[in-house]
Design a protein around this ligand. Structure first.
Ligand SMILES: *Cc1c(COP(=O)(O)O)cnc(C)c1O
Length: 462
């Protein structure tokens, strides 16, 4: 099968228009991945599973993971020179496409001034001003280096603020890999089919209540069963880590009202959805307020940044003002701040154009592929919010983790392998969301739909 891919190159700074005329290039389907296989063998000598984060090992879908040499715009080039359309965007951050020139230049400029100081710079305030402008619930914040640190610290703050211990989370939501949040977590935990993690003491796991998503009555019952004990409710406002699951109508407002009534903090984890589903994240999209908010992924423009922030009264409990300790050698790192400022700044200045383009492109590819599944007779349920979505290999609606888990993961695996061989790189698990960038255009969409039409034949063939 020979697909013709046309690359839509994203440039800026040259004209008012971000999107220049597409340049033609031809994509030959993946030939072989010999060099990637050799690199994987070497990696397995050093890293458990050959990887530094478990889902990268492709265990759930089978096949050997390509090693990446470089990426530009919507396209990834592997170590053997094969090219792929990217639908995982480094798991979310690359909303402006790879090697976006303003981001590259910002990092280069910052690097010339030294990579780290361990002392404050103006860059931190510059990014913070942008963050508060987009997230009014974040009155004060602290920068960290990952989403894991952000949620972990938000939980500590919530416990200190309330003097309570129990945390409510939802099945299939992933909030990083800290001990207390790995209970019935999504993402790689769901992908590998394990209930939680070994090494987490039951005394710690026992302080986390995992409830089904999109079910307010269960949260109401939990508060009734644990009076005065629940410090916080933490959630993904649109689930991405069990695959994409939107909140049911009234669910988020219901959680806000319940937590306020019960004196518990509402922690909205926007590490994935922040700057993704809207400039102001799910909180803007659904008019939601929160006590604490966490950000990550896009806010660092591809470099390691996490944010936890929220109401001033809670944030001022942090050292050195208050008794809650939290620190980081590389927190607010100048390269990471520079990449974040360039990314968030671009999104702010071009918000209308960026988010309408993302919506149109995502709708075209997500619905186009779903239509091919229907034509091929493959049961498929599409959940989508803006430029994040999941094709569940299941019929009927998917409203929570239990629904997502009913998907035919083996069929997804066949689909994934066929797409990868056709030059389309999807996240390697049924329990992940797809993302695209402003660099994806009509050419990528039509090539992806054509590849999917073929891939569904492989799904049917079994
Ligand atoms: C990715 C993610 C995290 C963890 O962020 P890391 O930077 O990988 O530690 C936390 N919460 C959500 C919702 C995420 O998607």
């Amino acid at each position: 099968m020979h697909l013709r891919f046309i690359q839509d190159v994203t440039r800026c700074g040259e004209s008012d228009s971000l999107y220049t005329e597409p340049t033609m290039s031809f994509q030959v389907p993946v030939a072989d991945r010999r060099r990637s296989q050799a690199l994987q063998q070497r990696a397995e000598r050093f890293f458990p599973g050959g990887v530094n984060s478990p889902v990268r090992a492709f265990r759930a879908v089978g096949g050997a993971p390509p090693f990446v040499a470089s990426a530009q715009g919507a396209w990834i080039t592997d170590a053997d020179g094969n090219r792929y359309i990217d639908y995982f965007g480094s798991w979310g951050p690359m909303i402006l496409g790879h090697a976006f020139p303003p981001v590259v230049e910002a990092i280069q400029r910052a690097a010339g001034n030294s990579a780290s100081f361990g002392a404050s710079t103006a860059l931190e305030g510059d990014l913070a001003e942008r963050v508060t402008a987009c997230y009014p619930a974040i009155e004060k914040m602290r920068f960290v280096s990952s989403g894991t640190e952000a949620t972990m610290s938000a939980i500590r703050l919530a416990r200190a603020a309330t003097g309570r211990k129990v945390v409510v989370k939802f099945e299939g939501c992933y909030h990083g890999h800290s001990d207390g949040l790995l209970v019935k977590a999504g993402s790689g935990v769901a992908t590998l089919g394990i209930p939680g993690s070994a090494g987490v003491p039951e005394e710690i796991a026992g302080l986390t209540l995992a409830l089904p998503y999109n079910d307010l009555a269960q949260v109401e019952s939990a508060f009734a069963a644990h009076p005065g004990a629940i410090a916080a409710v933490i959630l993904e406002p649109v689930v991405g880590n069990a695959g994409c699951i939107p909140p049911a109508r009234g669910y988020l407002a219901g959680l806000r009202a319940l937590t306020a009534r019960e004196g518990a903090l509402l922690i909205v984890d926007e590490v994935m959805t922040g700057f993704r589903v809207a400039l102001g994240g799910a909180m803007e999209l659904y008019s939601l307020d929160a006590d604490l908010v966490t950000l990550g992924k896009i806010v660092g423009g591809g470099l390691p940044v996490g944010v936890f922030g929220g109401k001033r009264a809670f944030m001022d409990l942090l050292a050195p003002l208050g008794p809650v300790y939290q620190a980081g050698t590389l927190s607010g790192n100048p390269l990471a701040m520079a990449a974040g400022i360039a990314t968030v700044g671009y999104l702010q200045e071009h918000a209308a154009e960026v988010y309408s383009r993302l919506e149109a492109t995502a709708k075209a590819v997500a619905e186009g592929v779903a239509a091919e599944a229907a034509a091929a007779g493959v049961p498929l349920t599409l959940n989508r919010v803006g430029s994040m979505w999941t094709w569940f290999f299941a019929s009927g609606s998917v409203r929570n983790y239990e629904g997502a888990a009913r998907s035919d993961s083996a069929a997804f695996g066949r689909f994934h392998r066929a797409m990868l061989d056709a030059g389309v790189w999807l996240p390697p698990s049924q329990f992940e969301a797809m993302f695209l960038s402003t660099a994806h255009g009509e050419a990528e969409v039509s090539a992806t739909i054509a590849a999917a039409a073929e891939a569904f034949k492989a799904v049917i063939a079994g």
